[in-house]
Design a protein around this ligand. Structure first.
Ligand code: SAM
Length: 224
């Protein structure tokens, strides 16, 4: 999982910049106890999501891939009391624990965890919320579907809104020669879709830290 130095720096930065966070610590402990995979964003990445949502004054957020609710809690903290975050999760055990963690975080009034395959849930969500009604979409589920998720994000996110996609570097595997794994093929298809999307301005921040070497794509949709 990369250099011990990256992890040590991550830990030091968390100590400097992030106040102790019993809510997220409890959520992680509950996930560990339940044997869920520990593939949530890091503490600093979670805080970065909160920073981005606050920076654009987000009131409506869509997340694809909930796990046990770690990034959902980070994003929901940026919302005003009347704000809303909908997060989509295919695994019932994950969704159930996420709901419990969100409730313990005191955010149940603004976070809804929806159970099902994201691609099955998105059409109804568009009818319900309306096109171009979401301020920020965070994509962090099955990587082979990333290009399709980006297509949905373009329909659902408002002009000038943000689309953020996690795990787009994958320890450098996106450059590997030979037959691509479905995850790598999905990431490359995402880059193609972003590059083709007229008016979308995007960048990738390569990340190192406790979670190894990866990357976060951040895209802003064109203004109205
Ligand atoms: N965003 C979470 C966080 O940082 O706290 C981590 C999400 S984890 C990397 C990916 C999640 O996506 C898993 O819980 C997995 O069950 C879920 N998932 C995978 N395929 C999915 C699909 N087709 N629809 C909805 N969720 C899916």
């Amino acid at each position: 999982q990369g250099s011990p130095l990256w992890a040590a720096i991550d830990e030091a930065l968390v100590g400097w910049l992030l106040p102790p966070d019993p809510v997220l610590a409890e959520a992680e402990a509950a996930a560990r106890a339940a044997g869920l995979p520990e593939i949530q964003v890091s503490a600093l990445q979670g805080r970065l999501l909160e920073v981005l949502a606050r920076a654009i004054g987000a009131r409506r957020v869509l997340e694809i891939g909930t796990l046990f609710g770690y990034s959902a809690i980070c994003l929901a903290r940026a919302l005003p009391p009347e704000g809303r975050l909908v997060t989509l999760e295919v695994e019932p055990r994950h969704a159930e624990l996420a709901r419990a963690n969100v409730a313990r975080a005191g955010l149940a009034d603004r976070v809804e965890v929806r159970l099902g395959r994201a691609l099955d849930l998105l059409p109804a969500l568009e009818r319900e919320l309306g096109a171009r009604s979401v301020d920020l979409c965070f994509i962090d589920a099955d990587k082979p579907s990333n290009a399709e998720y980006f297509g949905w994000a373009r329909r659902l996110v408002r002009p000038g809104g943000l689309v953020v996609v996690d795990n787009v570097v994958r320890h450098g595997r996106i450059l590997e020669e030979g037959e691509a794994t479905p995850d790598v093929a999905g990431t490359r298809a995402l880059f193609d879709a972003v590059a083709r999307a007229e008016g979308v301005v995007a960048s990738v921040l390569q990340t190192v830290g406790a979670k190894g070497h990866d990357g976060l794509l951040v895209a802003v949709l064109p203004p109205a």
